[in-house]
Write a protein that binds this ligand. Structure first.
Ligand code: MG
Length: 170
C-alpha cells in the first residue's frame, strides 16, 4: 500500500508536468510570434517531453492501483522584455521542477517506498539533463543572440531538434 502523502505528491506532479508542457507551449508561441521558428520548434519539443512526463506519473499511479485526480492546469505565466528572458524563465522553471522531484523522493525515502524511489531515479537524471539543456541554450544565446546573423544561425540549429519518446517505459 502506498503512503498517502507519497501518492498525493505523485498525483500533484501530473499537474505540474502538464503545466510545464503548457508553459513551454507558450514559450513556443512567443518565438513563433517573433519569427524565430527554430526556437519555437525547440520549445514545442520541450512541451511534448513534459506531456510525456505527466503521463509517466499518471501511468505509474495507475500501475500501482492508486487513485488519480486531475486538477485544473494554471495559465502559463512569464514576462519577456527580450528573448533571453524566456530562456532564463525556462531554466528557473526546471530548477523548480527539480526541487519538486527531490521533495517527492524525500517523502518516498522517509516511507521506505523503494519502488517509487526507483521510478523517480529516471526523473532525477532527467532533471539534470533539463537544467544542462537550459544552461547550454542560455550560453549559446549569450554568445550569439545579440548579433542578428548569429541569431539566425542559432535559430536554424534549434530548428533541427527532433522529438524522441522518453527512454523510461512503464
Ligand atoms: Mg518534466
Amino acid at each position: 500500500m502506498m503512503n498517502e502523502k507519497v501518492r498525493a505528491l505523485l498525483n500533484q506532479q501530473i499537474n505540474k508536468e502538464f503545466y510545464s508542457a503548457y508553459l513551454y507551449l507558450d514559450f513556443s508561441n512567443y518565438f513563433k510570434a517573433n519569427n524565430l521558428d527554430g526556437f519555437a520548434n525547440w520549445y514545442m519539443i520541450q512541451a511534448q517531453e513534459e506531456r510525456d512526463h505527466a503521463l509517466l506519473f499518471y501511468q505509474y499511479l495507475q500501475n500501482n492501483n492508486q487513485d488519480v485526480t486531475l486538477d485544473a492546469i494554471a495559465k502559463p505565466e512569464f514576462t519577456a522584455a527580450e528573448h533571453m528572458d524566456v530562456l532564463k524563465a525556462g531554466l528557473a522553471h526546471e530548477e523548480y521542477v527539480t526541487s519538486l522531484i527531490n521533495d517527492i523522493y524525500a517523502e518516498a525515502y522517509a516511507n521506505k517506498d523503494f519502488r517509487t524511489m526507483q521510478f523517480l531515479d529516471w526523473f532525477v537524471k532527467e532533471q539534470g539533463e533539463e537544467e544542462t539543456n537550459a544552461n547550454d541554450l542560455i550560453a549559446k544565446m549569450e554568445l550569439f543572440g545579440s548579433d542578428p546573423r548569429s541569431l539566425y544561425l542559432l535559430n536554424q540549429e534549434l530548428g533541427t531538434r527532433v522529438y524522441t519518446a522518453p527512454s523510461l517505459v512503464l
